[in-house]
Design a protein around this ligand. Sequence first.
Ligand SMILES: NC(=O)c1ccc[n+]([C@@H]2O[C@H](COP(=O)([O-])OP(=O)(O)OC[C@H]3O[C@@H](n4cnc5c(N)ncnc54)[C@H](OP(=O)(O)O)[C@@H]3O)[C@@H](O)[C@H]2O)c1
Length: 428
Amino acid sequence: MSTPFRLGIAGLGTVGAGVVKIVQAHGAALAAKAGRPVEITAVSARNRGLDRGIDLSPFGWEDDATRLARRDDVDCVVEAIGGAGGPARALAEQALAAGKHLVTANKALIAHHGHELAEAAEAAGVALRFEAAVAGGIPVLKGIGEGLAANAISRIFGVLNGTCNYILSEMEATGADYADVLAEAQRLGYAEADPSFDVGGIDAAHKLAILAAMAFGTRIDFDGVVTEGIERITLADIRTARDMGYSIKLLALARMHDSGLEQRVRPCMVPEKTPIGALAGVTNAVVAEGDFVGQCIFTGPGAGAGPTASAILADVLDAARGHLSPAFGRPAACLTAAPRLQHGEEHSPYYLRFMLADRPGALASIASALGEAGVSIHRMRQYGQGDPVPVVIETHDARRDAIDAALIAIAALPVSMAPPVAIRIEEV
Ligand SMILES: NC(=O)c1ccc[n+]([C@@H]2O[C@H](COP(=O)([O-])OP(=O)(O)OC[C@H]3O[C@@H](n4cnc5c(N)ncnc54)[C@H](OP(=O)(O)O)[C@@H]3O)[C@@H](O)[C@H]2O)c1
C-alpha cells in the first residue's frame, strides 16, 4: 500500500467544508488519480461546536490553525480561512517553513504575499498552489501557466467577480437600478453584507494581479492594479450601452506594452455579441491571447463551495503526485519586476456622458473642449428632452490623459450640470 497523502484543513466555512465533502465523496477516485490515498488527518476552525453538515469525528482538531503546520501527520496544509494577513498568512508561512505543501483559495494572501511565499515554497522543495484563488472552479492558472506555457501572452482579460457581473447583467435584463439589484444579490447570497470588496473592484484586482504574474512572468504587483468599481454605473449608462451595441462589464485586463505592464479593473463597454459581452449572472470568464495559440477562452463558475473545492482538490492531487511546478509558472528568481504603464498612456475609444443645460451652443462648447484636448468624436447622441439633457459621445481612440483633461475642462463649463462620466470601450 502506498503512503497516504495527508491533509490538514484550516477553515471549515463554504470552501473548507466543500473540500471535506469532496474527499469524503470521492476518496477512492482521488486515490486512484493520485496513485496514493488522499486523507484528511486534522482540521481547524474558530468554533468547534458548529454543525457544518459534515462528519468531522475522524479528524484531529486544532483550535490554533498554525498547529497544523507542526503536525507530523500532515503533508499538505489547505488554507481556507481568508484574509491577506492574520492567521492565514501565519499558517502559510509556518506550513512552508515546516516543509508542508500549501494549497490555498486565498486571493488576498497571494496578491499581497505571493512572491515571498513562492520563494519559501521553492526553498523548502514543496508545492504552493492557488488555483481556487482565481475564477473559482475554472482551471485558468493551470491553463495559462502550463497549457499555454509555450506562448508569449500579449493580453489577458476577463470577468472575475460574479457579484458584479450578476448586478450589471440583472440591471440590463430587468431594468432595476443598482441599489435594488445589490439588495437582491445579498438576499440570494451572491453578495456579502459588506459588498465593498466586490463592487469596489478589489476582489477582481487581487485575481488580476495573480493572473498577470502567471501570464507575463512578472513579479506580482497588486498595488499596480488601477481599480475602479461599478458603484457609479447607472441604468441610463447600461441602456445607452445596449443601444450602441455594447454591454457594460467590470473588466479586469492586463496587457504588456513596450513601456510597461498595464493592469486595470474598470467598468468597460464591450461589444454585446462576444463571449464576454454576453456573459450573464455569476459566471466568470478569462480570455488569454497567446502568440502561437491565438485566443483561448476559459469560462465557468467563479465561486461557491463545489467549484472552489474542486479547484483545491486538483492542486492537492498535483502535490500528492509530486508535481512541484513553480507557483507562478517559473522559478521565483526568474519573475521580472515590470515597470507600470503610466495611467495617462492608456488609450482606447471612450463613451462619455454629460448632463447639459438645454441651451443654444451647449453641444458646441463640449465639442470644442474635446477638440482642444485632442479627442475626436466618432458619434454623438442626445437622449430625450429636458433640462438638463443627457448627451452621449463615443470618441475615436484617445489617450486617457487627453480624456481626463477634456473632462476637467467640460466639468468647469457653465452648461455642464453634473460631473461627466467616462467609460472605456474595449475590443474583446
Ligand atoms: N466562498 C467562495 O465561493 C470562495 C471562492 C474562491 C475563493 N474563496 C476564498 O476562500 C477562502 C475562504 O472563504 P469562505 O467563503 O470559505 O469563508 P468562510 O465561509 O467565512 O469560512 C472561513 C472559515 O475560516 C475559519 N476561521 C476564521 N478565522 C480562523 C482562525 N483564526 N483559525 C482557524 N479558522 C478560522 C472560520 O471558522 P468558523 O466557521 O468556526 O467561524 C470558517 O470556518 C477565502 O480566502 C476566500 O477568498 C472563497
